[in-house]
Design a protein around this ligand. Structure first.
Ligand code: AMP
Length: 280
């Protein structure tokens, strides 16, 4: 595995790989790798000749009061895990390498971004779209792998790819969970022991919601039931619970087929998100 820190070197390698007819699979991450990230790498390994993993904590997608500085980082460990998982190129640029001082244009996401995490994280998805478009132009992947843990991110990026006719196929990878159902996340390290013990309730509550919807209960009834369960069984503060269509992220109406139930819960230090997407 080769570690690369400049845009020009990464781009040159990708251009050469494509010239020799290689298929490039790409896994963008912010590092502090766990089983969820490695599952994306495995999928990329199965279906491509070359696997590129990027590690870049993107300042553009963090708000002023969010955890950009404190975001967990461990590049040495990540490098080992990436190598073991079969990554060919680890792209690890600095912030200065990715963002020059002056920009001529900005990307603004106008759909799928004003609900769920987009309500409190203003500008977050503009930052995500910007960095992913840049990374696609640097890595030139045929296929990019994203986790459904961040289902709104997948929905936004699928829209952006269509808007700009970007020739990259997105692969939606199901959420990897701990044995007790908690979605794996780099931010789980922020949980206290007590909060860690409560956190699986989020996934249980999502399942309850799905079951109630399939039984024909109203959206409001479902949201309230999830809320009651989380409030009763955890110390977390609910930021949102929503039932929407997927991937459009609109209010549910009668004939919708794909639905998402998504939630965000804030614990003392960790803000956890989770969701389930299913056919109604
Ligand atoms: P992050 O490093 O948190 O930006 O995540 C990088 C990629 O890994 C994103 O596509 C995430 O959706 C994905 N990912 C993170 N956690 C999980 C998980 N538990 N299961 C599947 N994919 C995940």
């Amino acid at each position: 595995m080769k570690r690369i820190s400049t845009v020009s070197e990464m781009q040159e390698i990708s251009i050469n790989n494509k010239k020799s007819g290689k298929r490039i699979g790409f896994v963008p991450t912010m590092g502090f790798l766990h089983e969820g990230h490695l599952q994306l790498v495995r999928k990329a390994r199965e279906h491509n000749d070359i696997v590129v993993l990027s590690i870049f904590v993107n300042p553009l997608q963090f708000g002023p009061n969010e955890d950009f500085e404190a975001y967990p980082r461990d590049i040495e460990r990540d490098e080992m895990l990436a190598k073991e998982a079969g990554v060919d190129y680890l792209f690890y640029p600095s912030v200065e390498e990715m963002y020059k001082e002056k920009r001529t244009s900005v990307i603004q996401v106008v759909e799928r971004s004003n609900v769920l995490c987009g309500v409190n994280r203003v500008g977050h998805f503009d930052g995500v779209a910007t960095v992913v478009i840049k990374l696609f132009n640097i890595v030139l992947p045929d296929k990019a792998y994203f986790g459904m843990k961040d289902a709104q991110q997948v929905a936004v990026l699928e829209g952006v790819i269509e808007d700009y006719n970007i020739p990259v196929a997105i692969e939606r990878v199901p959420t990897v969970r701990e044995e007790d159902g908690l979605a794996k996340s780099s931010r789980n390290v922020y949980l206290t022991n007590e909060e860690r013990a409560e956190a699986p309730v989020l996934y249980q509550a999502l399942h309850l919601g799905k079951q109630l919807l399939l039984e024909g209960k109203t959206t409001n009834f479902v949201k309230n039931s999830i809320k009651e369960m989380i409030e009763k069984e955890t110390t977390g503060h609910i930021e949102y619970i929503e039932v929407l269509t997927y991937p459009d992220l609109k209010s549910k109406s009668r004939n919708d087929k794909e639905l998402i139930i998504a939630l965000a819960v804030k614990f003392s230090k960790a803000r956890l998100i989770d969701n389930i997407v299913f056919t109604f």
